[in-house]
Write a protein that binds this ligand. Structure first.
Ligand code: AMP
Ligand code: ZN
Length: 519
């Protein structure tokens, strides 16, 4: 069965059919750089990365009405950086509230005043562009560590990760085009998109214009609300000569609305033929409405295309104890938090991709440890493979088919991992050909090529998983060694228990050394 993927726009699974079978265009809504991205954000980004890697794989087959196109193929993946115009109330169609970058400026300025800037944050907190650059750099570091391909590629081709602030000219041109077509209008100190000019408004999210009218109001100032023709009309430009990041425009000095940037950057980079349609578009489930609804409406109006994206891909949220992981709830963990605790990027990545994208994932430390064990098992498989080719060809064919069948089935990752692990379990003496197939699978999973944390060897103890050597632990291990030598096993066990309580798992290693990991 060739690759089928759920499409939010049509509410059903459909074959993935890019305009060009060998070159897929894919746009992902990226981070708003007002703070560090949390692992919930990365769950969405990594789900998109898994999708693009599957499309690139030689194992992925696409169906064009019975004509099968085999991989590998090129995926041009673009992911934006939002550094202006994303408002704190953008979850509502109104687009009201405060610019998230402005809120970050306030948060960091207050923190600096009270001497509580987060560790490692060394910026002028009054400079929004500097804040954006600072968090962009940190995002890129985390993303590269987690093997997000678009971030790795952006090192040599920065146009793959464009920034909103570098694309304001294009946004102004798009607004003008919409005004000229009668799809946007100026009212008060703003320019709005007129949802009534696009009868298909609601086609992505299933909302109707009338429902939005009934539920609207309250979130935007009464003056602004009244100046709009319809409550669901959304902001394209805000005149605000006091906004820290502002640009000249025909509608006064100000800044663009958030939804606009993605239409401009996607079409600019991915639609050189001006067809108005890209192949794939992704974002977390909260992007479906209003963000993608609005992107779709303004893009289709401007270009005349029937669809902005052939396929819309929306991974579900990462949860913590039943709640969405989010900044506002304060229940979030960043990737760098996990790295600092000694968890390796490969395990973090695997933990974040191993639940099907259309189910909520639940983050647990236990899950992370299981992922770590799996990564080590895969590494051991490659490490022990002989240099000789050969082995069980039939088993390889079976594993390949089972892996591909699962991935083609709307990215059924659990099935794919099951096929892979069953094959590894049945292959105790892997050959060079087995190692090669493992690498082919891993090109899709993106785990084994990630940087391994260094091990620190203090002579008596080897600190693993990126753990920093700790003098107190080393001293306790020396005491334990002395106790064992004196055959005082009760004392040796007591020290081990104390270390366990401190969060260290210890394991005897060759040459009388001890391996120290986390409990
Ligand atoms: P933001 O930086 O707030 O613009 O969010 C970046 C991306 O992360 C968006 O596509 C969101 O939909 C997504 N996102 C936010 N929270 C979560 C979560 N808990 N789980 C999965 N994705 C999320
Ligand atoms: Zn977007």
């Amino acid at each position: 069965m060739p690759f089928e993927l759920y499409n939010t726009q049509t509410n059903q699974r459909e074959p993935v059919r890019p305009a060009d079978a060998t070159r897929v265009t894919f746009y992902s809504c990226g981070p708003t750089v007002y703070d560090d991205a949390h692992i919930g954000n990365f769950r969405s980004f990594l789900a998109a990365d898994l999708l693009r890697r599957w499309l690139e794989s030689p194992l992925c087959e696409l169906d064009f009405d019975g004509e099968i196109s085999r991989g590998p193929r090129t995926v041009i993946h673009v992911m934006n950086i939002t550094d202006v115009g994303h408002m704190t109330d953008d979850d509502n169609a109104d687009g009201a509230g405060e610019d998230k970058m402005e809120a970050a400026q306030r948060r960091l300025t207050d923190a600096k005043k009270s001497g509580k800037l987060p560790a490692g944050v060394e910026i002028d907190p009054t400079d929004q562009l500097a804040i954006a650059r600072f968090y962009t750099d940190r995002f890129m570091q985390d993303a590269r560590k987690l093997g997000l391909k678009v971030a790795l590629e952006a090192d040599s081709d920065p146009s793959l990760m464009p920034r909103a602030t570098d694309n304001v000219e294009g946004m102004i041109a798009l607004i003008q085009r919409l005004i000229d077509q009668g799809a946007a209008y100026q009212a008060g100190d703003a320019v709005y998109f007129s949802v009534e000019s696009y009868p298909a408004y609601g086609v992505i999210s299933g909302n109707t214009i009338d429902d939005i009218r009934a539920g609207a109001g309250g979130r935007i100032s009464d003056d602004d609300q009244q100046s709009k023709r319809h409550p669901a009309d959304f902001l394209l430009w805000k005149r605000d000569p006091r906004h820290a990041m502002r640009w000249e425009s025909p509608w006064g000095e100000g800044y663009p609305g958030w939804h606009l940037e993605c239409s401009v950057m996607a079409l600019d980079r991915l639609d050189p033929q001006s067809s108005g349609t890209i192949d794939l578009h992704s974002g977390g489930e909260d992007n479906i409405f209003p963000h993608h609804e609005c992107e779709n409406a303004q893009s289709c109006c401007a270009t005349g295309a029937e669809r902005f994206a052939r396929h819309w891909f929306h991974p579900r949220f990462l949860m913590v104890e039943g709640d969405k992981m989010s900044k506002s709830k304060g229940n979030f963990l960043t990737a760098r938090d996990l790295f600092a605790k000694g968890h390796e990027p490969a395990a973090v990545r695997l933990e974040l991709i191993k639940t099907h994208y259309r189910s909520n994932a639940n983050f647990t430390e236990q899950g992370l440890k299981d992922a770590e064990r799996l990564v080590n098992r895969w590494r051991a498989f490659i490490d022990k493979a002989t240099d000789q080719s050969g082995g069980d060809e039939a088993a390889r064919t079976h594993a390949t088919q089972a892996f591909a069948k699962s991935m083609n089935d709307d990215l059924n990752i659990a099935g794919a991992l099951g096929a892979l692990n069953a094959w590894i379990g049945d292959t105790p003496r892997p050959t060079a050909d087995d190692a090669k197939l493992m690498r082919t699978f891993d090109d899709v999973l993106g785990v084994l090529t990630l940087e391994r944390p260094k091990q620190a060897d203090t002579g008596i103890a080897i600190f693993t998983g990126g753990l920093e050597p700790d003098d107190r632990v080393v001293q306790m291990l020396e005491e334990r060694r002395a106790a064992k030598k004196a055959k005082d096993f009760a004392e040796a066990d007591r020290i081990r228990d104390e270390l366990t309580e401190m969060g260290y798992a210890i394991k005897d290693a060759p040459e009388g050394k001890v391996e120290v990991g986390r409990v």
